[in-house]
Design a binder for this molecule. Structure first.
Ligand SMILES: Cc1ncc(COP(=O)(O)O)c(C=O)c1O
Length: 372
């Protein structure tokens, strides 16, 4: 049972295949009737409109349709933004990132020539950086791997910091789609659309293999983003974009989300119940208000983790994603998106067995930079 991979996976079993296939068939017909040419730079117009409506209804975000583009996901959008901003800021070369955070995204920034500066994340989310930087990459709606939701105070402090040093905030909205507690918070981009580059994805709403996402960017970045995409020949496939446009226009996305929220809520409930059963009622659980993973403080039952493979379970801790020293490094990150309720239950039993009686010495494999 791989709790680590499951954080990035969805419940593919329950994907509405027949409805999607129907949209795909119609989309392919339309795209070919239109000549089968290159899709527009920046994305299919119908999909962009559908995304704007979606953002308004689901995220309370009035995005300017002129500033929306369709991407191949958060990773791809981040890579393009990293390159553009690096070109603009020859002198300032520091990118602030959340610590702990996703090594893959740090890797994308390093590959574009940025010097990486870790900024600590605590229960309120990432702190406002103390020193100037050219950008901050953050996931305010459900930070990975802490699950923190950025507080209102921090949002304001970060925007003040960005205005003070002329930085852009790249808002990674990767894990915001499913929220189980509290009112949804609009993206930071709605507070300061000139300073925040908002990038979202369909990896969770649909499935990661779809490789589609969207960006809503400040005007100067939007222009450069379109040019960079055109120059690099990056355009998501026309028929995939149109299929998704139809899926959204017909209200199928809304239906899908309602069904999936229910499914994920049940899995999350099962995971919390299993943790309480195996580790006690007072086991500290965090980051569970949204997304497809939560965190659990399973100390003092520490292990070096070598027995895991033997126990048929795998999970990582916050410290595995850290650059500097972080709060609660031993907190476990437990993904549940891609696991059935039965596998979740089994996994927690295995996890407890592995923690209570570490059989083999060794350490959990450290995340390789650049891979997700
Ligand atoms: C925090 C975070 N942001 C972004 C991504 C990548 O998103 P996408 O699939 O849209 O490239 C991941 C993938 O694991 C992630 O964990």
């Amino acid at each position: 049972v791989d709790f680590d991979r499951a954080a990035g996976q969805v419940d593919a079993e329950n994907f509405p295949r027949a409805a999607w296939a129907r949209c795909a068939e119609q989309a392919l017909r339309e795209v070919l009737e239109e000549g089968g040419g290159y899709p527009p730079v920046g994305g299919d117009e119908r999909l962009k409109r559908a995304v704007c409506l979606w953002l308004r209804r689901n995220r309370g975000f009035e995005a300017d349709p002129e500033l929306v583009s369709i991407t191949s996901g958060v990773g791809a959008a981040c890579a393009t933004l990293a390159r553009i901003l690096r070109g603009k800021r020859r002198a300032a070369d520091t990118a602030a990132v959340e610590d702990p955070g996703l090594p893959a995204l740090r890797g994308i920034l390093s590959a574009a020539g940025w010097r990486i500066r870790p900024v600590p994340v605590d229960r309120e989310g990432v702190r406002a950086p103390r020193d100037p930087a050219a950008l901050l990459l953050a996931a305010p709606s459900h930070q990975f791997p802490t699950g923190a939701i950025l507080s209102a105070g921090r949002r304001a402090a970060i925007l003040d910091w960005a205005a003070g040093c002329g930085a852009y905030v790249i808002e990674d909205d990767y894990d915001s789609d499913f929220r189980y507690e509290g009112a949804p918070i609009p993206p930071m981009a709605s507070l300061d659309p000139d300073r925040v580059a908002y990038i979202g994805t369909f990896s969770k709403l649909l499935f990661p293999g779809i490789r589609l996402g969207f960006a809503v960017l400040p005007p100067p970045l939007h222009r450069d983003f379109l040019n960079a995409g055109r120059d690099a020949g990056i355009r998501p496939p026309a028929h995939s974009q149109r299929t998704l446009a139809r899926f959204m226009e017909e209200g199928l996305m809304d239906k899908h989300i309602v069904a999936m929220r229910k499914a994920y809520r049940a899995k999350r409930g099962g995971l919390i119940a299993a943790l309480r059963e195996e580790f006690g009622e007072s086991v500290p659980i965090g980051g569970a208000a949204a997304g497809l993973f939560l965190t659990a403080g399973l100390d003092p039952l520490r292990t070096r983790g070598g027995s895991w493979a033997a126990r048929g379970v795998k999970a990582r801790r916050a410290g595995d994603y850290a650059l500097a020293s972080v709060e609660d490094p031993d907190r476990f990150i437990l993904g549940y998106g891609g696991l059935s309720k039965e596998r979740i239950r089994e996994g927690i039993t295995r996890l407890r067995a592995a923690l209570v009686s570490p059989a083999v010495e060794g350490s959990i494999r450290v995340f390789e930079e650049g891979a997700y």
